[in-house]
Write a protein that binds this ligand. Structure first.
Ligand SMILES: [Fe+2]
Ligand SMILES: [Fe+2]
Ligand SMILES: [Fe+2]
Length: 281
């Protein structure tokens, strides 16, 4: 099989991992705090590792990791029906990884896909167990229908965080600069924390998280990537700062200030990297 075909198969797997991450996070957030939500978040972290391994492999092969989101099964009610959807998603993943393992002969990639497959099989069994658990414990969707300036601000934040998670991950996969790669991955993980904090705050305040993203910068040169990343960080720092001043709830104010200060740190890290990159060029 030629390289381009392998890249296409791995990108299909990558897209489906992306869909699974968002499906599972949406379910975990909608349940509020609790053991089941924690277990589902742990599964979504496994999928994030898969996404990372697949994207690194695609970049090593000379491809560009896809940012498309694969199939998601978001319908249904109550929570046990969501868990059944998660079982179905894992069934599809198991089937697809088996097909791709059979189709690809490169031993290193085969080994990687087998490694991922074993996780998906374990996830499948866990979600089957969660169907029963959700029924037995009567686990509910705790989201409310609140919609006002506060929930709009939190959903704006979620949209921003999701966008930069994808952007920084893409930049980390595509930049040849080792320090940039490492920092981008680190800051993407920090943005994942922000997304989680905002979503939990939103559900705690009777709102509904909307996990969608906007355009991602696809610059080819490292310096251009950093310039785009600095621009977006400056913009959101100002927006979080304004929101923190306007919001009255003291805990939410503190949260927004904490995120704002993280964003200031990101700007400074990226500015240093840009200086070094420009000196080289
Ligand atoms: Fe899985
Ligand atoms: Fe952030
Ligand atoms: Fe940031």
């Amino acid at each position: 099989m030629d390289k381009d075909k392998i890249i296409a198969l791995l990108n299909k797997d990558l897209e489906d991992e992306h869909g699974a991450i968002i499906q599972y996070l949406s379910h975990a957030y909608a349940m509020g705090e609790g053991e089941l939500a924690c277990e589902i978040e742990a599964i979504s972290r496994d999928e994030m590792r898969h996404l990372d391994w697949l994207a690194e492999t695609i970049a090593e092969l000379g491809g560009v990791p896809s940012l498309k989101r694969g199939k998601m099964l978001m319908e249904g009610n109550p929570v046990s029906a969501w868990m059944q959807n998660d079982v179905s998603l894992e069934e599809d993943a198991v089937k697809q990884y088996r097909e791709h393992i059979a189709a690809i002969s490169d031993p290193k990639i085969k080994r990687l896909l087998k490694r991922i497959l074993s996780d998906e099989e374990a996830h499948h069994d866990k979600f089957e167990h969660f169907v029963e658990k959700a029924e037995k414990e009567g686990i509910k969707d705790v989201r409310g229908i609140r919609q006002d300036e506060v929930t709009d601000t939190l959903n704006w934040g979620i949209k921003h965080e999701y966008t930069v998670i994808l952007q920084y991950l893409l930049h980390s996969y595509m930049s040849p600069n080792e320090e940039v790669k490492e920092q981008m991955e680190d800051q993407a993980i920090n943005e994942m924390q922000h997304l989680g904090w905002l979503a939990e705050e939103l559900v705690g305040g009777c709102g509904r998280p909307v996990i969608e993203h906007t355009d991602v910068d696809r610059s080819k040169k490292t310096a251009d990537m950093l310039k785009a990343d600095i621009a977006i960080e400056k913009e959101v720092t100002a927006r979080y700062d304004r929101a923190a001043k306007e919001i009255e709830d003291p805990d939410l104010k503190k949260l927004l200030i904490r995120i704002r200060d993280n964003e200031i740190y990101h700007t400074e890290v990226f500015q240093d990297l840009l200086k070094q990159e420009e000196k080289k060029g």
